[in-house]
Write a protein that binds this ligand. Structure first.
Ligand SMILES: Cc1cc2nc3c(=O)[nH]c(=O)nc-3n(C[C@H](O)[C@H](O)[C@H](O)COP(=O)(O)O)c2cc1C
Length: 169
């Protein structure tokens, strides 16, 4: 499978450790993995101008880093959304990258997974709700979700669970 991971974190720390574990497992199983560092990209929110659904014919009027993400929505078999919790939600960067898929309607991917990292426990209801809604709306199968918080971040046993999951997609 071709797997695209959207990394919503601007830092190379806790979310990155989850992504590395997932990517290691997936590559070991022979999958092709691409990480899109949307947390460090300049991606604006959707302007709801509807250019994409008219004259634009599936292209967005905004010329920004979303152009680097769109090919993954058109070709990846699996999407992995990886994000730290920022104020009880996904980061604004990954939210923008997810919402801008509006120009083509839905990704072609058949499977998805969610990786979430936070400082405190029980703060990830927002990212989980957004992800579940996104999967339901797009018809993408939720293959699995992982949530590490506080001391669990960077925990080798927890990361091994993610690695193992990615080996058996
Ligand atoms: C702007 C900002 C907002 C945050 N909001 C929350 C929050 O609402 N709940 C929480 O538990 N942690 C919160 N955190 C902590 C991060 O979710 C946590 O440190 C996470 O592990 C960071 O992942 P990273 O290393 O990939 O950046 C916040 C951090 C930042 C920078």
């Amino acid at each position: 499978m071709k797997i695209a991971i959207l990394n919503g974190s601007p830092r190379k720390q806790n979310t990155a450790a989850m992504i590395d574990a997932f990517a290691e497992g997936a590559k070991e199983a022979g999958h092709e993995v691409e990480v899109l560092h949307v947390g460090r990209m300049d991606i604006n929110g959707c302007k709801a101008c509807e250019y994409c659904h008219g004259k634009g014919e599936g292209t967005c009027i905004q010329k920004d880093d979303f152009e680097k993400v769109l090919p993954a929505y058109k070709t990846a078999d699996m999407l992995v959304f990886a994000t730290p919790v920022y104020y009880f939600d996904m980061t604004a960067q990954i939210a923008a990258a997810m919402q801008r898929v509006y120009c083509i309607g839905k990704p072609v991917a058949k499977k998805a997974a969610l990786l979430v990292s936070s400082g405190s426990p029980n703060t990830a209801d927002g990212p989980f709700a957004t992800y579940k809604g996104y999967c339901n709306y797009t018809g993408i199968e939720d293959a699995g979700t992982f949530y590490l918080h506080g001391e669990e971040n960077q925990d080798e046993a927890k990361l091994a669970e993610i690695r193992e999951f990615a080996k058996n997609l």
